[in-house]
Ligand binder design. Structure first.
Ligand code: C5P
Length: 413
């Protein structure tokens, strides 16, 4: 049995050790930058705020300096004091791992597109060599103006990442495009930008959660799966650069705000069809779903009535398709196929049998014997098993297990 050293990607604080400069411009959406700062810190980042003069009309530098525990940078120099620190914009820009401008106003976007650097935000951006993310915020007509659209295209062509805006109610009272993205979505884009791209050009197909097999219009057979483990894998695969298609059964876990394709299904047969449909373009397939092994032979169209004086009710079950078995035996060519196994006894032996039977490259074994592992928990303890390796993990957050599994898959040749 092996233990391997995984890279230091930490699911709890993935931005630990990263220095992020948060540029705030003069938009009413600047209040959201306070939450953004907090969320970035929660992910482990060290944040310093840079403000334009106009931004100070909306949120005070004191708010940002107190929360970030860093001085706010907003003057290139102090004429009255003969500031010695005239090159501060260069110093902070060179140390930054990422610059995020949120909200980015039309004024600042225009200056960046034209090369005007007359304030702390623009001068710092032009002195940086790290990735630059721009999250625009403005009223709909300003956002859609040909000048603004052209400037955004120019910045994109220069290699800046331009985040979309949301459509909705604007501070002006109008309805339309131009709202700043919500802070949690912006943070996801920061995480995406800074996560090593181990799965670039990979197409991941993953199924998650329980299936429900109808007995009648109001009842079904199912299980306790929540979908947490599979969603953690989908999220990290996206951050690592994969195109992700998620086939979701009746999950109770939340899907994070990431641009992946989500297909909702209810029954095992629907899940099988969806997997078959998306299989041809997939390079990695991971089966985390708790597919119901049995379904009622007949699903009644009407609610089954209680029968007086009859204690035993017979429900005839038939087997559902084993999705991974079918994919492994009939469809697999070059694809990497990974399954999960939940065992209650003879765990390793049973999991190895499944690995062979389903023609999998790896199987991830969970045991119901472990405290804090499997259904519903935020943690898991597993064995990663291939034909010639068994790797045991500690009890870890499910997200950390997801990272380790994806690192194993990425290292397969
Ligand atoms: O045989 P067992 O159900 O323990 O295998 C678990 C693995 O097989 C999981 O990856 C699960 O998603 C998959 N599976 C499947 N179709 C089934 C049952 C399980 O794809 N009907």
């Amino acid at each position: 049995m092996e233990r391997i050293d995984f890279s230091d990607l930490n699911s709890d604080r993935p931005l630990k050790g990263k220095k992020i400069l948060l540029g705030v411009c003069g938009s009413i959406a600047a209040y959201k930058s306070v939450f953004l700062l907090r969320l970035l810190q929660k992910q482990g980042a060290e944040v310093q705020v840079i403000m334009t003069n106009n931004a100070k009309q909306f949120v005070t530098p004191l708010t940002f300096s107190t929360l970030s525990q860093n001085p706010v940078f907003s003057y290139l120099w102090h004429e009255s004091t003969g500031n010695q620190d005239w090159s501060q914009h260069v110093q902070i820009a060179q140390k930054a791992d990422l610059i995020l401008i949120a909200p980015a106003t039309m004024n600042t976007i225009t200056k960046l597109a034209c090369g005007i650097c007359d304030d702390a935000v623009t001068a710092t951006v032009f002195s940086a060599s790290c990735p630059i993310l721009i999250a625009p915020a403005m009223d709909k007509d300003m956002f859609n103006s040909p000048q603004n659209q052209k400037n955004l295209q120019t910045l994109q062509a220069f290699g800046y990442r331009i985040l979309p805006t949301e459509t909705g109610f604007l501070a002006s009272g109008l309805y339309g495009e131009g709202r700043l993205l919500e802070p949690d979505i912006i943070v996801e884009q920061v995480l995406f930008t800074l996560t090593p791209k181990l799965l670039l050009n990979q197409n991941l197909l993953i199924n998650v959660g329980p299936t429900q097999e109808p007995i009648d219009p109001v009842r079904f057979i199912s299980n306790y799966s929540t979908g947490k483990m599979g969603i953690a894998i989908a999220k990290w695969a996206y951050r690592m650069g994969a195109q992700v298609t998620l086939i979701a059964g009746a999950i109770t876990a939340e899907i994070p705000p990431i641009p992946i394709q989500v297909v909702r299904v209810q029954t095992a047969n629907q899940m099988f069809q969806a997997m078959l449909e998306h299989f041809p373009k997939a390079s990695i397939i991971i089966g985390t779903a708790a597919v119901a092994d049995f379904k009622p032979q007949f699903s009644q169209n009407q609610k089954i009535k209680k029968i007086d004086n009859q204690e035993i009710i017979n429900l005839v079950l038939t087997q559902n398709p084993d999705i991974l078995l079918e994919l492994g035996k009939q469809k697999k060519t070059h694809q990497k196929l990974v399954g999960f196994a939940l065992e209650t006894h003879n765990e390793l032996e049973n999991a190895k049998k499944k690995l062979l039977k389903k023609n999998l490259d790896w199987i991830v074994l969970n045991s119901t014997q472990e405290k804090g592992a499997t259904f519903g928990h935020d943690t898991n303890k597993v064995y990663f098993i291939s034909s010639n390796q068994v790797i045991e993990t500690e009890l870890l957050p499910k997200e950390q297990i997801a990272i380790q599994l994806l690192q194993i898959i990425a290292s397969m040749h």
